[in-house]
Every structure is written in structure tokens, then in C-alpha cells.
Design a binder for this molecule. Sequence first.
Ligand SMILES: CC(C)(COP(=O)(O)OP(=O)(O)OC[C@H]1O[C@@H](n2cnc3c(N)ncnc32)[C@H](O)[C@@H]1OP(=O)(O)O)[C@@H](O)C(=O)NCCC(=O)NCCS
Length: 173
Amino acid sequence: MKLVRPSAQYKASFTEAAREIEAEGLGGFLKASYDENDFQKYCDTVNNLAHGIGLAAGNVSETIFWMVDDSDNFIGNVSIRHSLTDHLFIFGGHIGYIIAPRSRGRGYGTLILMLSLPEASALGLDKVLVTCDNTNTASARIIEKNGGIFENEMYSETRKVWKRRYWIDLRQR
Ligand SMILES: CC(C)(COP(=O)(O)OP(=O)(O)OC[C@H]1O[C@@H](n2cnc3c(N)ncnc32)[C@H](O)[C@@H]1OP(=O)(O)O)[C@@H](O)C(=O)NCCC(=O)NCCS
């Protein structure tokens, strides 16, 4: 299992997973709409976010990785924001991840966050904020198993949800 940058070589398994992710209403994790007939364009769009190109208003640069298995099948998506906005400070944190529905419950959520931490260090971050809905027990477990130190719960006015907020110190890893 490894993290890779989005690339058209993973198109088949990505698009299968993306359809399932969109069906559960979580397409926002995929950052942009994709066109199967011009998949390279989608890869370019999400890769460009790392360079601050094509960001939605108010968004900061973010590096997207895909986790793929040993046969290069897409397993999940992780996004590392390079800095925090007021909104990310409460709602999204530095790192957001999603595992393809068919691949859940096998430890991959824990693994994708673990693999993303050295990448966050490489981006110059000393510590990262990772948040989850206070009802998302799986994500809370993932963060805690990766050394997340619980700070508090904060209410997101925009999303009308309580978020559990954790910090992971990257200098101690
Ligand atoms: C949350 C998510 C990433 C978990 O992925 P996953 O691959 O199933 O996670 P893991 O297999 O590593 O499981 C992590 C822990 O959660 C537990 N868990 C998994 N699914 C669970 C569920 N539905 N309810 C309660 N606990 C659950 C596991 O038992 C494990 O805990 P353990 O190590 O103590 O046994 C996945 O469900 C997902 O992509 N959800 C939609 C997007 C999302 O919520 N992203 C997180 C945003 S903060």
C-alpha cells in the first residue's frame, strides 16, 4: 500500500470508487468533478491545487494523494492542506481522508492517515490539526491511533455539526 499523486493510470479503479463515494453524497472529498473521457484533466486539476492553481474562493493550497494497493487499485483519497483558514481551524483541519466504501473496515483509514503524516512534515508542517464529526467514531479512532491529542469539540455554524478537534505533533514521530 502506498500514496501516489493522482494519475490517469489509476482511472479504472478510481472511477469505480468515485461512483460509490458520490452515491453516498461524499463527492466533495474528490475535490472536483471528473470526466471519464478526459480523466487527465481531472488529475491535472487536483494536482494543481498543491500549487495554488484553481482554488475555490477562500481555499488554501492542498496536496492530494491517493492510496493504492500493490496492484495499483485505488483505495482512498487524502488531502493535506498547507495551512489553516478560520473555517479549517474548526471544521476541516489540515488533513481529510476518505476510503472507498468497498474497502472500509480493513484498517485502511488508519493507514492512510499514517502514511500522510510524513508527507505533511515534508510540506513543512510541525503539527497538524485533524478533525471529525463527533458522531464519526471510526474517524475518531483513526486519529487517536495515529497519536492525535484531543483538544476540544467546537460547533461549526456553517455545517451545524460538532467537530472533535485533535492535534498530531509531527516532530515527535
Ligand atoms: C471514516 C473512514 C475513513 C474509516 O475508514 P476505515 O478504512 O473503515 O477505517 P479503519 O478500518 O482503519 O477503522 C478505524 C477504526 O474505526 C472502527 N470502525 C470502522 N468502521 C466503523 C463504524 N462504522 N463504526 C464504528 N467504528 C468503526 C474500526 O473498528 C477501527 O477501530 P479499531 O482499530 O479500534 O478496531 C471511512 O468510513 C470513510 O471513508 N468514511 C467517509 C469519509 C469520512 O468520514 N472521512 C473522515 C472525515 S473526518
